[in-house]
Design a protein around this ligand. Structure first.
Ligand SMILES: [Zn+2]
Length: 380
């Protein structure tokens, strides 16, 4: 079994160890050491990265108590090596992981819910409490969690006696009877966990729940902690400054200005739509060919064309309107009050490499053609 140095000292950044085995594998080598501070992937947290001598640690996995490091260089068995963790990444994960314990513990004590899923990605984490929470509940949870950070509570990890386990009320995803490592956050949480955590809640830093959705009958919360929360805030602050500049708005007026502009743009879009419908109607060139009323215009939307077609359905057996959008591309609507237009639409699509369809007496689509060839099609 590999001695897990991170269990007793989560802050160990550098250590010496002896190489126990080294095997070639796909794209590298798998090595085991007598002891390690590299945390293997597990419990929703990624594997630590760093260096063993000058070999890059690409992955760390644990199987039956043996921890295997995937590296990009071979080592001699019995060799003493100097190992260095990528400490910034590891500490950010310790902040996040401990933040997750705190928030899950608070949710458990407030609502009795358990966290059924925990996943850590590069910057954010998700946790899945198995019950519903309102936006107000989440604000309250977040506030309590941040107050617990200011209280700077002690965090300890220990292996209790198997007999003592039955008497303890702790959160756990697995029903283990022995070898259970408990992580306690004074006054807030007791949870079975094998990962490294910070020593005091103050080190977690800011805790922010940045998103939440209903998920599998419960919730999925997305959260940032510590340095990742600081970076998230910095990004939002930079964006906000840029928006203040663009809108010539003070910091507290950005939302008011965006809301005002959003409403103005909505009204302008509606006016543009109304005017383009009017222009399309004014440009309409119509011609009755047999029992089909053909109409041609430019730049009309399907909605505009539908309105124009519906207004004229009683003027001919079939109404076929075309609107030119780009060179030689026409969108079309073909409709009839009484006839089935599907065969006609099929023939039109075949003649002009078109796409489209619809119901028996209504179809819309696009063709590549010019006005003369479309007129000739209907004449024939
Ligand atoms: Zn943990």
């Amino acid at each position: 079994m590999t001695i897990k140095l991170y269990e007793n000292d989560a802050y160990l950044k550098e250590f010496e160890a002896t190489v126990v085995s080294c095997e070639e594998c796909k794209n590298g080598y798998l090595i085991t050491l007598d002891k390690t501070a590299f945390f293997p992937e597990g419990g929703g947290q990624q594997a630590d990265c760093g260096f063993i001598n000058d070999a890059k640690v690409i992955d760390v996995q644990e199987k039956s108590g043996i921890i295997t490091h995937k590296v990009n260089k071979a080592f001699e068995i019995g060799e003493t090596v100097l190992c260095k963790l990528d400490w910034d990444t590891r500490f950010a994960r310790m902040q996040g992981h401990t933040g997750e314990h705190l928030v899950s513990g608070i949710i458990h004590s407030m609502f009795g819910y358990d966290n059924l899923g925990f996943h850590m990605s590069d910057k954010t984490m998700t946790l899945d409490p198995n019950g519903l929470l309102s936006a107000e509940d989440i604000k309250e949870i977040e506030l309590r969690a941040n107050k617990a950070v200011y209280e700077n509570r002690e965090i300890t990890a220990y292996y209790p006696e198997a007999s003592a386990l039955d008497t303890l009320d702790y959160r756990s995803k697995l029903d283990l009877k022995e070898g259970v490592r408990l992580v306690s956050i004074d006054g807030y949480d007791l949870c079975a966990c094998c990962a490294p955590h910070v020593h005091r809640t103050g080190e977690i830093g800011l805790i922010k729940i940045i998103d939440f959705i209903q998920y599998k009958g419960g919730m999925r919360l997305t959260m940032v902690c510590g340095i990742n929360a600081f970076e998230d805030y910095s990004k939002l602050h930079d964006d906000s400054k840029e928006m203040m500049h663009l809108l010539s708005a003070s910091r507290d007026k950005v939302l008011d200005f965006v809301t005002r502009d959003h409403e103005t743009i909505g009204a302008q879009k509606a006016e543009i739509n109304r005017l383009s419908a009017e222009i399309a109607k004014a440009n309409l060139d119509i011609k009755l060919i047999g029992s089909t009323l053909c109409g041609f215009t430019k730049g009309a939307s399907f909605d505009d064309m539908r309105n124009m077609v519906n207004e004229r359905l009683n003027e001919a057996q079939i109404v076929a309107f075309f609107s030119e959008s780009e060179n030689d591309t026409f969108s079309y609507i073909i409709s009839s009050a009484a006839s089935d237009v599907r065969d006609l639409v099929k023939a039109l699509n075949e003649a002009f490499c078109g796409k489209g369809g619809g119901r028996p007496n209504y179809a819309q689509g696009k063709i590549t053609a010019n006005k003369d060839s479309i007129l000739k099609f209907f004449e024939n």
